[in-house]
Design a protein around this ligand. Structure first.
Ligand SMILES: CC(=O)N[C@H]1[C@@H](OP(=O)(O)OP(=O)(O)OC[C@H]2O[C@@H](n3ccc(=O)[nH]c3=O)[C@H](O)[C@@H]2O)O[C@H](CO)[C@@H](O)[C@@H]1O
Ligand SMILES: C=C(OP(=O)(O)O)C(=O)O
Length: 442
């Protein structure tokens, strides 16, 4: 994608048909980049997507003295951390921008430099998104945490030591924080209540390649034996299953047929079950998955988002657009983030019938029940969406706005689309490849 104006005008009603290719997962690649800070020798990461979160993390690594260059293969980056010590700044003037990843620099920087400064975090505004688990585990490893108006300063005057830890909720980021810190901490760390998302397993693969000793038990317990030295790694990143699910939802919503190159069944098992229940068709191939609309009415479903192996929260927003076209009442109970239904206002403006509720509808009571958060949605279909002027609120909500506009009758202007580039590589080019009818500002 070239320099993109911030809005796109879409003439909807045309099915998306064709083939697109995935690269590595945003939610793995950015963490793998941070892991390169732990190695004594350079690391090579393949299938890195050209998304803005990657550019932000690359910038932060460079500020810390990591030399980052492109490799021979498209999407290959090489990270040389040998100058991190000499580039050491007490306070860096860096920005997290739209990314949440800087919080994961703590462990590696504390090991290398004995101190770290973390700027204020970005990321999607889909709830409060506190970092209390991160700070608690770091304190347990022996870090001293000082909160400043511009960010967080940390030091480890006595080094970092392995700890017995338990997360109150299987947080992805906090689990990664533990992994990236424990691998070089002195002694053994035991983490109970860990998240086990495929992107975390791939980060563990990378750390093992670097020389770490990590055991994953079946009951969300991860044990890490700290080692004195880690080497660089060479790794091809796990494909982006969230992008795959988004294009699958786009195929349903636009009555299209999309082959998602690089998608794999194993990491999408739960998504594929729901896709099938909605009536979506799919075919697993060695090099990807084909997703298409059945040509007959779609079925309503009940979905409860959850940590892995449950239905991933990042899949919910694009799929809701397809559910506006299903015949009957669908319910989505969002149990991971308390405020992830802001995007439905635009769909309602476009003619969808969606109500959001504070109650835990349909399933188990979750952490957000009785707490005044609109975290359950009731979608009544089928509805025909019509074009409107809408504004992207966040990454996945933004993608869902795009596919709502693509599936609607008439013309829509979708503004603030720059946010979508945080996690979808070349989405403008991909839309063109799939035959979408649109024009951009530039
Ligand atoms: C860059 C990245 O990988 N982002 C993903 C990651 O986000 P991220 O790692 O930020 O999400 P978490 O799994 O940490 O958050 C899950 C829940 O735990 C809460 N929590 C988390 C940390 C903390 O210190 N305190 C706390 O209360 C959060 O507010 C949220 O309600 O996992 C999410 C859940 O699969 C995905 O939606 C995001 O796409
Ligand atoms: C919530 C998401 O990302 P982040 O944690 O980077 O905001 C997402 O990828 O949908």
């Amino acid at each position: 994608m070239g320099l993109l104006g911030d809005s796109i005008t879409i003439r909807g009603g045309k099915p998306l048909i064709g083939r697109i290719e995935l690269k590595g997962a945003k939610n793995l690649v950015t963490k793998a980049m941070v892991a390169s800070l732990l190695g004594e020798t350079p690391s090579v990461l393949k299938d890195v997507p050209n998304i803005s979160d990657v550019r932000i993390v690359r910038g932060l690594l460079e500020v810390h003295g990591v030399n980052v260059v492109e490799g021979v293969e498209e999407g290959e980056l090489i990270f040389d951390p040998s100058n991190v010590e000499s580039a050491h700044f007490a306070d860096i003037d860096a920005h997290a921008g739209s990314s949440r990843i800087p919080i994961l620099f703590c462990g590696p920087l504390l090991h290398r430099l004995g101190e770290a400064f973390i700027p204020d975090l970005g990321g999607c505004r889909i709830g409060d998104r506190p970092i209390d688990y991160h700070l608690d585990v770091l304190r347990n490893f022996g870090a001293v945490v000082e909160k400043l108006p511009s960010g967080i300063r940390m030091s480890a005057p006595n080094g970092l030591k392995g700890a017995k830890l338990e997360l109150p909720y299987p947080s992805v980021g906090a689990t990664e924080q533990v992994l990236l810190t424990a691998v070089r901490a002195e002694g053994i760390t035991e983490l109970k209540g860990a998240a086990i998302e495929p992107e975390i397993m791939d980060l563990i693969n990378i750390l093992q390649k670097m020389g770490a000793v990590i055991t994953v038990d079946t009951d969300r317990v991860i044990r890490i034996e700290g080692v004195d030295r880690l080497e660089g790694y060479t790794h091809r990143a796990l494909f982006d299953r969230n992008e795959a699910a988004s294009w699958a939802a786009a195929a349903l919503a636009t009555e299209g047929d999309i082959f998602v190159g690089g998608a794999r069944q194993g990491e999408l098992l739960t998504f594929l079950n729901v896709y099938r229940k909605v009536g979506g068709q799919f075919e697993i191939h060695d090099d990807g998955i084909r997703f298409w609309h059945p040509g007959t009415p779609l079925n309503p479903v009940f979905i409860e988002t959850d940590v892995h192996p449950g239905f991933m929260t990042d899949w919910q927003q694009p799929l809701v657009v397809a559910l506006t076209k299903a015949s009957g009442v669908s319910i989505v109970h969002e149990t991971v983030y308390e405020q992830r239904f802001g995007f439905v206002d635009a769909l309602v403006d476009m003619g969808a019938t969606i109500q959001v509720h504070k109650d835990c509808l349909g399933g188990q009571a979750c952490r957000f029940g009785q707490r005044n958060f609109n975290h359950s949605a009731v979608i009544v279909g089928p509805t025909r969406l019509h074009g409107a002027d809408i504004e992207v609120p966040d990454l996945r909500g933004g993608f869902s706005h795009l596919i709502a506009a693509l599936s609607a009758e008439g013309t829509s202007t979708v503004s603030n689309v720059g946010i979508i580039a945080r996690g979808y590589e070349n989405f403008i080019t991909k839309l063109r490849l799939l035959g979408a009818d649109f024009s951009t500002e530039d």
